[in-house]
Design a binder for this molecule. Sequence first.
Ligand SMILES: [Zn+2]
Length: 113
Amino acid sequence: MLHDDVRAELIKQFPAEVVEMTDDSGNGYYVCPTCRRTVTVKAPKCQGCNQVLGWNNIRREEEEKGVKMASLEFEVPSDFTKGDCRRCPLSYIGKAQYECPLNMRNNCRLTLS
Ligand SMILES: [Zn+2]
């Protein structure tokens, strides 16, 4: 156990390249490659985990967004058009039948293929 800790500390003595991230506003910032904490530009060491940082070959990564998309496919009549909630299977599961349960009648997000 102690041996592993010493080993981990030793490995942190070797510089690891910082990772450049971009926030939602398009501003760049840098994070420690070991613990992912934000680090100040040109900092020699991570304040969080003592990882020695390298600034020569900065890695770029896209920030992971807090959401991902889900989609569901279902059949609709061939002459169905967007916003025709009355004939949309989704309306059958709503409380008020014939109304879009997602309140998207005028902004229908369905993709027809
Ligand atoms: Zn760190």
